[in-house]
Design a protein around this ligand. Structure first.
Ligand code: ZN
Length: 265
């Protein structure tokens, strides 16, 4: 048996405590349901973290070990400390995977890594979402129980519509259609530094989406796909030539400035 992937599921964990309707669906929080789904595959060891914990549960030690981080946030994006966002970003750049869920499109970490507004259209009307698998050979689409033609449905979801203000995904795995008419790029892959990022659209807090077995398979596939395999710490070395260099044909000046990584931090 291969070594389990070390995952951290982060949830702001606010709706589940403040809104009765959400608490009924996720009494212990969405992070617990997602964590259990990952654990049941046997491929992950999972730890959870929430906003209210010291350092939001994302200490240096926790992130150091994590190979993949799942992120659910909504009404408390602004409460996430900038220094923790920077810490997560550095880990992504050096190789940790990141799966951003649903309203996490507006999280500081996602917007920072995308470099765009990540705005979109939305409507909360408990409508049907039909999710088309448009890249069936992608690892994140493996083993999904699909309807004839290559799609699955979530009976009640919030609508997110285009335009989704993101940089073009490097790979687009899912495309959603909503009963009300809109479409949305709902399964998007990017690379930032050595890290892989996957955005997955479904998961509005008022619906039991994270109990959906197909969604659970996708979350596990995304974790396997994005999990850190190499770690490349940031460095910017002044590098001596490997072989002797001929003298330059003319005199060139040198500013003589040695700038190190610490100088820009
Ligand atoms: Zn939502």
């Amino acid at each position: 048996m291969s070594t389990p992937i070390r995952a951290v599921v982060w949830n702001e964990f606010v709706h589940e405590k403040e809104h009765e309707a959400v608490k009924r669906i996720y009494p212990e929080g969405m992070h617990r349901v997602i964590a259990e789904a990952l654990e049941q595959t046997g491929d992950f060891t999972v730890q959870t973290a929430t906003l209210e914990e010291p350092e939001h549960g994302l200490t240096k030690e926790v992130l150091e070990k994590a190979q993949i981080l799942y992120w659910w946030g909504h009404i408390a994006h602004d409460k996430v400390k900038d220094e923790i966002v920077e810490r997560v970003k550095q880990r992504v750049l050096e190789g940790m995977g990141l799966v951003v869920l649903h309203s996490g499109h507006f999280s500081k970490i996602f917007r920072t890594l995308m470099g765009t507004t990540c705005s979109l259209k939305w409507r909360e009307a408990a409508e049907k979402e039909r999710i088309w698998v448009i890249e069936p050979s992608h690892p994140i689409a493996m083993g999904l129980p699909l309807q004839e033609g290559g799609y699955f449905e979530i009976p009640h979801e919030e609508m997110y519509g285009e335009r989704f203000e993101i940089p073009n995904p490097e790979e687009l795995v899912f495309l959603s259609w909503f009963q009300g008419g809109e479409v949305f790029r709902s399964g998007c892959c990017w690379t930032r530094g050595a890290g892989k990022i996957f955005y997955f659209r479904p998961g509005h807090e008022a619906y039991p989406t994270y109990y959906n077995k197909t969604v659970q398979i996708i979350l596990a596939n995304a974790g396997r796909w994005a999990a850190e395999r190499v770690r490349i710490p940031d460095q910017c070395p002044n590098s001596p030539a490997l072989e002797p260099l001929p003298p330059p044909p003319a005199e060139f000046g040198q500013a003589g400035v040695i700038q190190t990584l610490e100088d820009i931090q």
